[in-house]
Each structure stands twice: as structure tokens, then as C-alpha cells.
Design a protein around this ligand. Structure first.
Ligand SMILES: *Cc1c(COP(=O)(O)O)cnc(C)c1O
Length: 406
């Protein structure tokens, strides 16, 4: 029964061009990778525009060396959860450094390190979203924020994408003592940026808190890569900031930076913090190196190069695809989606790129709304301008194959 049921459902996904497949990467995360199509098959060299490794730190020699050194010093595993015996000195030092890094924007911040951003988001929304709270959730929020809101005991109100007017009405009509506005800072499938100054103003006016998931902004935007609050020059105790460390930071993990009382409450009550084995201390050790690089002149140079790549891609694509119904999303960030429309077209385009040894993922519903399937092009400081040229040329050729559709 179960198997038949699942097979029918899987066949339906095939019919809708919604079946997802994994490819196997044989080399480090970098623009040029060896990728296997399926198990056992010999890998091929591809040029990839898929990762969230925006600064190229996933394969940075200093970060790799710090990870190895961390393993030699602190061993392979943490052995326990943070509240038992898994909280290592590298975790503690990293938290201090992250708190200092965010302190210009979240005054007196304390930081709490999590195994993943998914777990950090579940922690914040379930620990703060009790029965006396209302969560005001942006429609395009990441799945982990959506799941956090589902698990929370709070009332959940969704507001349309970046719609401040509707949000204000909802806030004004809300009678619960605690109100939390919850938003991605940089939208992960669109690359646009939430109106954080206006959201903060609404939070102040309605005595609400602002939960900002900066997975795609931390390390990349703002002075010294301090993230989206820095990008807008914001500073407020009302901000509960979540940064992830598997994207621009190039390693793994996440953190929440917020008022010390908020952080203490998370330590005491957040189940995704308490009931899980602490990340290996070597990872925290590597992240300290990564954080140092983010804030350094090298970080500045990489962010500068990334901006040049973004500008080059947008200019070339605007020139190369005139008159087509495909449209490049209005994004200024490293996430540059090419919105194609149907699932089948997005897949055909991705396949036509793959035939040229380029790897750009097709993103389909339910990750994005129906009818807005897209290629999600992501750029990294590890790309060269030549890589971007090759992508644009390959897209033009692919567009001929997918042909009349475009
Ligand atoms: C990637 C991502 C997360 C999850 O972070 P992980 O560390 O990968 O679990 C959360 N929010 C957003 C917006 C993301 O893009």
C-alpha cells in the first residue's frame, strides 16, 4: 500500500517536471568542479553557478588549514550537546567574536552559535513565539522560517511580499502582548532585499520585534561584510539577527545575535539548541578564521570583485536576451535569477546548459510560486569575468535550443 502510494506520487512529480535529482561533486566547492551525473559514472569538469559560497571561502587555504588545525587541537567531534559537555572553547570564542561583529547594529548583542541556520530559525520562532505572541511572516520567507512558524504556539499572520501597508494594518489590529515581524533580509530565490528600515520603523511604532534572517547578506553586504543591518545603517535593540555560516562564511553553522536576555532565553528553552550534539569544535575554529577574513581587506577585495561580476552578468544578459519573455529578476545581490516561467522550460534550459558543461540549478515550485520557475544563477568572488562571459554565451546558445519558447 505505502509503496504503491509513494510510486504514484513520484510518477505525478515526474509528469509535472518536479522530480529532483542529486549530482555528486568530487572536488571542493569552487566554480570549476568535477561532477558525477549518477553513482559510479565518471565525473566531468563543469563550471558551476550554484553555490552560496559568495566569497569563495569554502575552499580558502587559510580556512581549510584552520579546520585541520582545529581537528588536531580539539579532535573530530564535540561528544555532547552544548548544555552537557559539548560547548568548547572555540565555540565560546566564536560567539564572542560574532557578538562584537554585530554589536554596531544590535547594541550589547550576545551571540549564540547553532549547528545550522534551519535550527537557528526554528529556535528563535519556537522559543519566542509562545501563545501570547503573534508572528508576522513575510510570504517569501525561507522554508526554515515557515517551519519555525508552524511549530510555534504563536498566532501566525502572513503579509504579502514587502507589503508595508498590509503589515501595518495587521500590526495595528493585533492584540497579543508580543509581536514579532519575521523576514528574510535577502530573499533567497529572488535576490531582492527586504525594506528593513521601514520594517524597523513599523516595529518601533507598534512595539514589535524584528527577526531578520540574513543568510544571504551576512559576510556579503554592508561595510566589512557585517550584513544587511549594516547595509542600511540600522542599529536597534529590537533586532534579532540570524546569520548563517555555511554560505558566505564558507563552512557550516549559524548564529543568533540579540539582546543578552533574548539569547539567555534561547539557551534555556530552544529545543533545536538543547537537544542536539554540538557542532565539532574544529568547525568553530575554522569559522573564527573565516570571520577574520570576512572583516579584512581580503574580504573587501572579494566583495568588490563580486560586485563587478554582478554588474557584468546583468549588463551582458540584458544585451543578450532582448525581446524574450524570460526576465532577469531585479536583484543587486549575488543571487541573479533568470525567471523562465514553466517548469519544463526551466528544466530544458538547465539541461541545455549542462550539455555545455555548465551547472545552473532550475528552481521549481514549491520552492517558488507556480509559473515562475527559474534558473537561480549565483555568483561567487571565486568566479572570474571569463566565467561570467562563458555563462552568457552558453545561455544564448541554450536559448536557441529551448528556442521558440524564450
Ligand atoms: C540557507 C538558508 C537557511 C538555512 O541555513 P542552513 O545553515 O543552510 O541550515 C535559512 N534561511 C535562509 C534564508 C537560507 O537561505
Amino acid at each position: 500500500m505505502l509503496l504503491e502510494h509513494l510510486q504514484t506520487q513520484l510518477a505525478e512529480r515526474d509528469a509535472l517536471a518536479l522530480r529532483r535529482r542529486r549530482r555528486t561533486v568530487h572536488t571542493p566547492c569552487a566554480p570549476h568542479q568535477q561532477v558525477g551525473e549518477s553513482d559510479g559514472q565518471a565525473p566531468r569538469e563543469v563550471l558551476a553557478f550554484c553555490s552560496n559560497d559568495y566569497l569563495g571561502f569554502a575552499n580558502h587555504p587559510d580556512v581549510i588549514e584552520a579546520l585541520a588545525e582545529g581537528a588536531r587541537r580539539y579532535g573530530a567531534g564535540s561528544g555532547a550537546s552544548h548544555l552537557i559537555s559539548g560547548h568548547g572553547q572555540p565555540h565560546a570564542a566564536l560567539e564572542e567574536e560574532l557578538a562584537a561583529f554585530l554589536a554596531p547594529h544590535v547594541p550589547d548583542a550576545r551571540a549564540l552559535f547553532f549547528c545550522t541556520g534551519y535550527m537557528a530559525n526554528l529556535a528563535v520562532l519556537t522559543a519566542l513565539g509562545g501563545p501570547s505572541a503573534t508572528l508576522f511572516c513575510e510570504t517569501l520567507n525561507h522554508a526554515s522560517l515557515i517551519d519555525g512558524a508552524r511549530l510555534a504556539k504563536a498566532a501566525v499572520v502572513k503579509y504579502p511580499h514587502c507589503d508595508l501597508r498590509v503589515l501595518e494594518e495587521q500590526l495595528a489590529a493585533c492584540a497579543t502582548p508580543l509581536k514579532l515581524i519575521v523576514t528574510d533580509a535577502v530573499f533567497s530565490m529572488d535576490g531582492n532585499v527586504a525594506p528593513l528600515p521601514e520594517l524597523l520603523r513599523l516595529a518601533e511604532r507598534h512595539d514589535a520585534w524584528l527577526v531578520v534572517d540574513d543568510a544571504h547578506g551576512f559576510g556579503v553586504v554592508g561595510a566589512q561584510g557585517r550584513g544587511s543591518l549594516a547595509h542600511f545603517g540600522l542599529r536597534s535593540e529590537r533586532c534579532i539577527y540570524i546569520g548563517t555560516l555555511g554560505k558566505a562564511a564558507g563552512v557550516s553553522g549559524a548564529f543568533v545575535a540579540a539582546h543578552p536576555t533574548v539569547i539567555e532565553w534561547l539557551v534555556q528553552t530552544a529545543r533545536t539548541y538543547i537537544y542536539t550534539t554540538a557542532t565539532p569544535p574544529a568547525v568553530a575554529h575554522a569559522l573564527r578564521k573565516s570571520l577574520e577574513l570576512i572583516g579584512s581587506g581580503e574580504g573587501d577585495r572579494r566583495r568588490h570583485h563580486l560586485q563587478a561580476l554582478i554588474a557584468a552578468l546583468r549588463a551582458s544578459l540584458a544585451a543578450a536576451l532582448p525581446g524574450r519573455s524570460w526576465r532577469l529578476a531585479p536583484s543587486k545581490t549575488a543571487i541573479q535569477p533568470l525567471i523562465v516561467g514553466s517548469n519544463a522550460d526551466a528544466l530544458a534550459l538547465a539541461a541545455a546548459l549542462q550539455a555545455q558543461d555548465l551547472w545552473v540549478p532550475a528552481i521549481r515550485p514549491p520552492t517558488v510560486p507556480a509559473g515562475t520557475a527559474r534558473l537561480r544563477i549565483t555568483l561567487s568572488a571565486a568566479h572570474s569575468l571569463d566565467d561570467v562571459d562563458r555563462l552568457v554565451e552558453a545561455l544564448v546558445r541554450a536559448a536557441c535550443v529551448v528556442g521558440s519558447l524564450g
